[in-house]
Write a protein of this length. Structure first.
Length: 114
């Protein structure tokens, strides 16, 4: 019987990110679907900047703490293990990310919402 070789990766490997910066690592992408690891080290969105994405976004915070603001005045305060589903075209921005520990996010983009 042939051995199936499927590589094993660790989401926490190579967590390098300068203070005030975010790094993005593409894990997988196919058509309108994307999985990404993001590391934030005290980073936030620039003043006046809003994400306005054409896809829904599932966001899981694996470590750290973060605050996401939405254009309509709502805010999500996230801690390790929290996740949210942001529908496409809902404007949002990162207001705060911790640096100790750094924020490690798993973000999945696609069509999830009605």
């Amino acid at each position: 019987m042939k051995s199936l070789k499927i590589p094993v990766h660790n989401i926490f490997k190579d967590i390098k990110c300068q203070k005030g910066v975010e790094t993005f690592d593409l894990i997988a992408k196919k058509d309108f679907f994307k999985i990404e690891k993001t590391v934030s080290n005290g980073a936030k969105s620039p003043d006046g900047f809003w994400y306005d994405q054409p896809q829904d976004e599932f966001v899981l915070l694996l470590s750290g703490r973060a605050k996401i603001s939405f254009e309509k005045g709502k805010r999500a305060d996230l801690k390790r293990g929290d996740y949210i589903l942001i529908p496409r075209r809902v404007k949002h921005r990162i207001e705060y990310t911790s640096s100790k520990p750094k924020c490690v996010w798993l973000c999945v983009f696609g069509k999830f919402c009605k």
